[in-house]
Design a protein around this ligand. Structure first.
Ligand code: AKB
Length: 313
């Protein structure tokens, strides 16, 4: 069962999981309308993860064995409505952890954390797995608290909950919404639509990024890994590649020579400056064989061609 199946990660994860487990065996759920393939090529249910009663009935009725809980309010949006974002991010996770604790059929849970768990006092280059964590955003605080709860449910109740600290995710199927790393997706749409992009992050703002196929593979690999190999029960650091708005613009110019970028930093600049520029993911590589296939150049080539097809079908 994938909660958040209409979102940026969920809409791609459902399709991959259905290839592995069979189309009829992967439920997508969301409060939003999903893309056509998620809705039509397997079971889909409109459901609000905040409704704990509906959730537990659904999980029991459909004999759910694995839950991927991807619904969340991202960093930028969470700053606009802090209390609502905190409630959504925390209550939904607690609903899932409780269901996993109570329902015997549920064997594994996946919950995404983020580089947002780090803050300005964290070393920003090659950020270690274990380090100072003083996030300055509501989203980051909720992810750090969530990590502690995941670790608690593992140690106290034996709930097999697995997690990744995602960097910025770049993809073309479903647009992200309300994150600080969203510029790295928007830039492609604007480059193709208008030949220019006004970045809400300044020149020189480096952040770790991951192309969606690598993120999906990592997520499934972690969930398929033997439990005994896993040494982290909070959330695994995951690196990807580190890039800046101007480096992305340079790569885009190779495909669209007239493309120009300008800079209009907003409140998300401060958030980005509190996050790592690059992340040390040695433990994920050692524990469950994490590796990536896409760098900035390869990702750019695919994004340009896929976003072009979307905009001019
Ligand atoms: C965001 O920018 O809020 C997310 C994240 C890094 O978790 N993409």
């Amino acid at each position: 069962m994938v909660i958040g199946a209409s979102g940026q990660i969920g809409s791609e994860l459902v399709v991959e999981l259905r290839k592995i487990y069979g189309q009829d065996n992967v439920w997508g759920t969301d409060i939003k309308t999903p893309p056509a393939d998620v809705a039509n090529e397997g079971p889909f249910q409109v459901m609000d993860v905040m409704d704990d009663k509906q959730l537990i009935h659904f999980v029991i009725r459909h004999k759910i064995t694995q839950i991927y809980h991807l619904a969340a309010v991202l960093s930028g949006n969470a700053e606009k409505l802090p209390i609502q974002a905190w409630n959504i991010n925390m209550d939904s996770l607690m609903n899932i952890l409780e269901v996993a604790r109570m329902v015997e059929d549920v064997k594994k849970v996946f919950w995404p954390s983020s580089i947002a768990v780090f803050g300005p006092t964290t070393p920003r280059i090659s950020t270690p797995q274990l380090t100072t964590m003083e996030p300055i955003t509501v989203y980051g605080i909720s992810k750090l608290a969530g990590e502690r709860w995941c670790d608690y449910y593992y140690n106290k109740y034996g709930v097999d909950v697995r997690s990744i600290r995602y960097p910025g995710l770049i993809s073309y199927k479903t647009e992200a919404g309300g994150g600080t790393t969203d510029y790295a997706v928007e830039i492609f749409y604007e480059a193709i639509r208008n030949g220019s992009y006004a970045s809400f992050l300044k020149e020189g703002t480096a952040l770790p990024m991951l192309f969606m196929p690598d993120a999906i593979k990592a997520t499934i690999d972690l969930m398929e890994a033997e439990r005994s190999r896993l040494t982290i029960h909070s959330s695994y650091n995951l690196g990807g590649f580190s890039t800046t708005p101007e480096e992305m613009a340079e790569k885009i110019k190779k495909h669209i020579p007239e493309f120009t970028i300008s800079y209009q930093p907003d409140f998300r600049q401060e958030i980005a400056e509190s996050w790592p520029k690059s992340v040390d993911d040695t433990i994920a590589r050692m524990d469950w064989g994490y590796e990536t296939q896409y760098d900035l150049e390869k990702m750019t080539r695919i994004m340009i061609s896929e976003v072009r097809k979307k905009i001019n079908p």
